[in-house]
Design a binder for this molecule. Structure first.
Ligand code: 1CP
Length: 380
């Protein structure tokens, strides 16, 4: 039985004090992300706060998606829900928000359509539409537009009571451009990709502007209390190597350079889903501490390619990468596949995760099996 007392959630006092956060009692994720030795691999899951959890759905019944994002008490509650349910098993929390808060903060209308996902009713149809974006208007402030995310982060840091670190995140420029041009998800990305070839100059302008908003936003999230950050390039795999090198990699690198100049010690992760061909460039040509892998990449192969690319100049940590659909299998299969995954990564310089996010039809108790299996399998 799931009971969520909304009145009680809303009655929680909001704490926006960034000067004194509770001390962190589990720093496994942060140590692993910095390439320090760990007694086992930390574990968390992309989309761990979400629709597969009945306690999340109970909140959503009465609250529109972006209202949850904009109300610190609600965003905090859904961020903490998986930490509470899987007590002692998760090693990080990720702030409840969405990658599409950036297009919104640049003046676009974004709706979350139940059962369908994001819908942008007035997409960018041609380069002239760039004038509609607000980020170059006088007095524009990323921090003002996205202050509600900062408030949610600060409040959540207090509510977590130091149990696990809190991650911030942004969508990467190409992925956000794809939504802004397509007006939503897409099977072929024909509109967004045609921009790259028809309007390369305008595409680069748009990607640069998104990258600069994203970088500022990550800096603000860290200032508000995020202890590590992840950049989601979910549609990297729609680009081949040549176009990834031109339209994704430089902007991923730009974001990391900007954030690292201000916060060199805050771990940064890049998840370029489908860009297996670019592992060497991500390792050698960007400042991300952690490269997150989808399940199509063999962990041992990834490890050796990344090590060869950096040649001992720095440690690159790998995150991932169990196929999320393995969680549709039985317990024994999940245990075996998780053990094999942990063995393939080795016990060090690895953050265990799925190769992509949790899905609405996943059974929460089978996620528990995955988390327990990582704890058992990755102990040194
Ligand atoms: O009705 C609902 O409640 C909407 C479901 C939902 C949720 C729970 C959406 C709509 N977004 C989120 C939260 C979310 N999105 C988080 C929160 C924290 C967590 O991970 O637990 C995060 C990190 C995201 C990031 C996100 N949103 C990505 C990148 C990660 C990925 O999965 O590749 C992407 C691509 C989105 C877009 C988006 N938002 C929502 C949906 C259903 C989608 C995908 C739609 C599509 O396939 O185009």
């Amino acid at each position: 039985m799931v009971t969520v007392n909304l009145d009680q959630v809303m009655a929680q006092p909001v704490n926006l004090d960034t000067a004194a956060f509770p001390p962190l009692t589990n720093d496994l994720y942060l140590r692993a992300a910095r390439g320090e030795p760990t007694e086992r691999a930390p574990v968390w899951c992309m989309r761990q706060a979400g629709r597969y959890l009945p306690e999340f759905r109970a909140i959503r019944v009465e609250n529109e998606f972006f209202k949850v994002c904009r109300t610190p008490a609600l965003a905090t509650e859904v961020t903490v829900q998986p930490i509470r349910r899987y007590a002692g098993l998760l090693d990080a929390a990720i702030i409840f928000s969405d990658i599409l808060v950036i297009p919104q903060a640049m003046g676009m209308v974004v709706q979350m359509v139940p059962g369908k996902g994001p819908h942008l009713p007035e997409p960018l149809r041609s380069p002239e539409d760039l004038h509609r974006l607000t980020d170059k208007q006088p007095g524009y402030s990323v921090d003002k537009e996205l202050d509600y995310v900062y408030r949610a982060i600060t409040n959540t840091r207090h509510a977590l009571e130091g149990q696990v670190p809190l991650l911030g995140f942004v969508g990467a420029p190409w992925t956000l451009m794809a939504y802004m041009v397509e007006g939503g998800g897409s099977k072929t990305f024909a509109l967004a990709k045609s921009w790259l070839f028809k309007h390369p100059v305008a595409s680069h302008e748009l990607l640069t502007r998104i990258a600069d908003v994203a970088a500022e936003f990550l800096v603000g999230q860290i200032r508000a209390g995020a202890q590590a950050v992840q950049v989601f390039e979910s549609w990297a795999g729609e680009l081949g190597p040549q176009d990834f090198a031109a339209f994704s990699l430089p902007y991923l690198a730009r974001i990391a350079a900007h954030v690292k100049a201000k916060y060199p010690d805050v771990p940064m992760t890049v998840f370029a889903k489908g860009a297996h061909y670019a592992l060497e460039q991500l390792a050698a040509d960007t400042l991300y501490d952690v490269i997150s892998l989808d399940w199509t990449v063999d962990p041992a192969v990834a490890r050796s390619r990344v090590d060869a690319a950096v040649q001992g100049r720095r440690t690159v940590v790998l995150q991932g990468n169990l196929d999320p659909t393995v969680l549709f299998g039985d317990e024994q299969t999940i245990r075996e596949r998780t053990r094999e995954m942990c063995r393939a990564f080795g016990t060090q310089n690895h953050i265990a995760n799925l190769g992509h996010g949790m899905m609405p039809s996943h059974d929460p108790e089978l996620l528990r099996v995955f988390l327990e299996s990582v704890h058992e399998a990755s102990r040194t």
